[in-house]
Design a protein around this ligand. Sequence first.
Ligand SMILES: Cc1ncc(COP(=O)(O)O)c(C=O)c1O
Length: 386
Amino acid sequence: MPPEQVFDWLDAEANRRADAGLTRRLRPRPASSTELDFAGNDYLGLARDKRVAGAAAAAALRWGAGSTGSRLVTGSTELHAELEHELARFCGFQAALVFSSGFTANLGAVTALSGAESAIVTDKYIHASLIEGCRLSRAGIAAVAHNDVAAIKHALATRRTARALVVTDSVFSVDGDLAPLNDLSTVCREHGAALLVDDAHGFGVLGEGGRGAVHAAGLAGEPDVVMTLTLSKSLGTQGGAVLGPRRVIKHLVDTARSFIFDTGLAPSSAAAALAALGALKSEPDLPARVLSNAARLSEQLSDAGFRVTQPEAAVISVQAPSPEDAVAWAAGCAEQGVRVGCFRPPSVPDGISRLRLTVRADLSESDVDTAVKVISSSAPPRAATS
Ligand SMILES: Cc1ncc(COP(=O)(O)O)c(C=O)c1O
């Protein structure tokens, strides 16, 4: 085969995706964008907060633009240690370990806490990073129906291994619905399993002062519970962390390959996360503002006849009739100055395309009302049920 034909199969795949309406497109935003953002994950509006961005800039000047190595070589600064201490203390766990992203934190936690002698039982709607962790783990995997505690219990009861790990999101990332964490903890305890909760969308928004869904469920600091989070949503920066019992964190330092063989988080991101955590502590009403904006948005869209999910945290979704409709709908919103997310298969396992909407603490009621008007006026036929 001539070398220029080696990648011809990519064109066939691209055509197949285009025919199915599944082509993805990058839309770089300018620094001075005036778009109303209902798509990002900066739930507390801290990404551009002067205290947070200023801390990042100062840390880059003091510590350098990068961490210079993996965490076990030169990539651990005093900022990383301070951030781990503060995250663990704030969320109520014995210890924490910071990773370069939420994705690598999930990969590290799932793989290090399972293995070929272990069973993993998951909700089938967990985030892609957890799914990749399961695939890499070599464990036997049972992915059960969404939020089906009885199915999780059955999978735990019929497993052939002594060890088991139950893996779930706290707030599911597409529809924004909640996992039944207390029920999951109960079945884990009945069957000697550990519970790993990805609190990416709960941390900063749910629980007392934004301590997250795990804390709200009374599970923080429990000996059989591990929580992961990302610094890229409520804390407005980059990075991820695993929180849990001290011996779990020690085990991750020794064995989690996405920790050991990855360059440490940039000092600027660690400093930004510390500043954002400080902002959250000093403004404990920020999470409530997120929740009230989510409730307003969901209620108005539902009144307008759209199929909208319940606002449990910062994320809601609105069903679109088809992938093409979802893309055109999101593009129509962008033309009118409102940025919304657009989720299509394979990112949505149930095959239903959706607009994914997120809210921030710093949006005003009139921003929310504007978004509702724009979303309604750009809607494709058949999007509203009434
Ligand atoms: C539920 C969930 N877990 C993990 C991640 C990954 O976090 P990060 O973007 O920091 O890699 C995300 C983010 O997209 C997420 O939504």
